[in-house]
Design a protein around this ligand. Structure first.
Ligand code: F6R
Length: 366
């Protein structure tokens, strides 16, 4: 059932090229330059007239929501807010009838997300669901939606659900951007082609596994980890830290790289591994100076870089290369080595990777 892998988590990490293809198969027609998604097409006017998008979710799904915030704002030029469902539901939030709420949930059963949806519906908003489990409670409660089609995710730590959520949300953003004319037609076509190439590039990213495993060996005894990223990859830093915490029980924090100097930099010494996402297009020069700040305090730098990188390679203790892609799609690649790193550290520490202590696959209580 684990298909020859030691754990479901590893199997699911390796399923990502296919899972992402399954997510856009039948929806994205690159040659014709169209995206067809029933849930979006049937409600296009509502979505196009939205004054604001509010995303509600928990955990890893909330991180996918944060990536979507950057993508929607960049491509569709719409204001987006991303809320923890648990905070949103208890806060008497300001919701207008021309708000579109997007609820993201792998299981489709998360109690807080469900309650947030009910609240938004009461206030007259249109609620769109992004779920993985077909026929789940959330998929039935929402007005419309799009499934991720990632297939069953058994490992408690979410992996392929995250990358397929980002894929669905990117498809929706592209579709709206094209309809609204917020991106040129030529860019739209180019982005579809780039998205189509992602599964192949995820495969290439997976090839760094042996190298990542050796990095895991080096740092498995560390007591703390810091994860840094900027822009589209700030949420990936949060997700990388969450993965490590969940399955290896090592304390880890994710931060936007520039926030480091407002506090966390005090933690940096030769004991502190710092994972930095430093891809070419994403504020590269800024990230390079953040890396220099870490280095001058003897922090150990593990950098995820674009293949062919020269500058970061000279500064970092370890680099992990990923293929180049359009900036808004980089989270689909930068996430891969971070999943693998947490997986191997947990395995080396003898932890129960698929069923970490205190965690459940779906959180149906608040
Ligand atoms: C992280 C993880 C949790 C879930 C969260 C939301 O690896 O598994 O943080 O992401 O409980 O679950 P869903 O997406 O099912 O609503």
């Amino acid at each position: 059932e684990k298909g020859g892998y030691d754990h479901f988590m590893l199997k699911e990490i390796y399923e990502q090229p296919n899972a992402i293809s399954d997510t856009f198969r039948g929806r994205m027609r690159v040659d014709e330059g169209i995206i067809k998604m029933a849930g979006v097409d049937d409600n296009l006017t509502k979505l196009l007239n939205a004054k604001r998008i509010v995303i509600v979710a928990c955990g890893t799904s909330w991180h996918a929501g944060l990536v979507a915030e950057y993508i929607f704002e960049e491509l569709v030029r719409l204001p987006v807010e991303v809320e923890y469902a648990s905070e949103f539901r208890y806060r008497n939030p300001v919701i207008h009838q021309d708000d579109v709420i997007i609820a993201i949930s792998q299981s489709g059963e998360t109690a807080d997300t469900m309650a947030a949806i009910k609240l938004a519906k009461e206030k007259g908003a249109f609620v769109f669901g992004v779920c993985n489990v077909v026929g789940s409670s959330i998929s039935r409660e929402t007005h419309a939606g799009a499934y991720t089609h990632a297939g069953p995710e058994i490992g408690v730590a979410s992996t392929k659900a995250f990358t397929t959520q980002i894929t669905v949300l990117a498809l929706i953003a592209l579709k709206l951007a094209e309809s609204k004319g917020t991106i040129p037609k030529s860019d739209f076509h180019y982005y579809l082609q780039e998205l189509e190439r992602i599964p192949e590039k995820v495969k290439i990213s997976l090839q760094s596994a042996a190298h990542v495993k050796s990095i895991a060996e080096t740092y498995k005894e560390a007591k703390n980890f810091l994860y840094l990223g900027r822009g589209f990859n700030f949420p990936v830093a949060l997700e990388g830290a969450l993965k490590l915490k969940e399955i290896s029980y090592i304390h880890a924090e994710g931060y936007p790289a520039a926030e480091m100097k407002h506090g966390p930099i005090a933690l940096i010494d030769e004991q502190m591994p710092v994972v930095v996402i430093a891809t070419k297009k994403g504020h590269y020069d800024k990230i390079v100076s953040n890396i220099q700040e870490i280095k001058s305090r003897q922090g150990k730098i593990i950098a995820v870089v674009t293949e062919g990188d020269v500058t970061v390679k000279e500064l970092a203790d370890h680099v992990i290369e990923i293929p180049e892609t359009e900036e808004f799609l980089t989270p689909l690649l930068t996430t891969i080595p971070l999943q693998i790193l947490s997986y191997y550290i947990a395995v080396m520490l003898g932890k129960n990777v698929d069923q970490p202590r205190n965690l459940a696959k779906s959180v149906t209580v608040e």
